[in-house]
Design a protein around this ligand. Structure first.
Ligand code: SF4
Length: 236
């Protein structure tokens, strides 16, 4: 009997086909792209991209947590792992904002920066919106190598669809996540946090401050950005 309720094979096929298009365009733009089937393969792939003896910084990324790379980086004694996103047991930040800023700045001189992305377009654009900029700035310049993990669910047809995805899906869920999990009371009352809908607000604690579209690297930095596309639903 065919299991009509299980679409995993069809979804996997769809994700892989779209990922192949993305990777073709990434390569044309001097970025590397690699498709992996699931989060297990994603973990081993990312860890293999990080050699011993290097300093590694990270961006805030649910995808990284989901594939297990943050736990592995914490355990790996042969590297220096600089984690500005470390949390206490109750989910609040382990260090205060000033100390976090100092840790975030270390990303600019780190050997490797690992992060996610809010969306990626079929023609290979990485699309992100940040509040502080500590996640998007090292994508642009600084760390010698950047590793970006992205679930194929975040592949958007074009820039318009990508920006719509970030504003109407990623940002509201992220605001609620920071409020519920990390106790960032300042975010209570953001229109998206209250209603799940972005109204392009002017709220004092608006989390959308820096919209960054990475459209490739200059030839001198060819291969600096490495995108790992995962054939699973990941992240926000
Ligand atoms: S612009 Fe305002 S309402 Fe829209 S997602 Fe950002 S913080 Fe939320």
């Amino acid at each position: 009997m065919v299991d009509e309720s299980d679409l995993s094979r069809e979804t996997k096929w769809f994700y892989e086909e779209r990922a192949r298009v993305v990777i073709r365009h990434l390569l044309k733009k001097n970025m590397n792209g690699r498709y992996v089937s699931d989060r297990k393969e994603a973990l081993s792939t990312v860890m293999s991209m990080i050699p011993d003896g290097v300093a590694v910084c990270r961006g805030d990324s649910v995808s990284l947590e989901q594939i297990g790379v943050i736990d592995e980086l914490r355990k790996r004694t042969q590297i220096e792992f600089i984690d500005g996103q470390a949390k206490k047991e109750d989910g609040s930040y382990a260090v205060d904002a000033e100390e976090r800023d100092a840790l975030y700045r270390q990303a600019f001189t780190a050997d490797v920066f690992v992060t996610g992305t809010n969306a990626i377009t079929l023609d290979g654009k990485l699309v992100n919106i940040d509040g502080h900029g500590c996640r998007v700035a090292p994508l642009i310049f600084g760390p010698k190598k950047v590793v970006v993990v992205v679930g194929a669910n975040k592949i958007a047809r074009d820039l318009d669809e990508a920006l719509e995805r970030v504003r109407q899906i990623a940002a509201p869920i992220n605001a609620q996540r920071h409020y519920i999990k990390h106790h960032l009371e300042d975010l209570a009352g953001l229109p998206c946090q209250r209603t799940g809908k972005c109204i392009d607000c002017l709220h004092e604690y608006r989390i959308c401050r820096a919209t960054v579209i990475i459209d490739g690297s200059m030839p001198r930095f060819k291969g600096r950005i490495n995108v790992v596309l995962v054939g699973e639903q990941l992240g926000i």
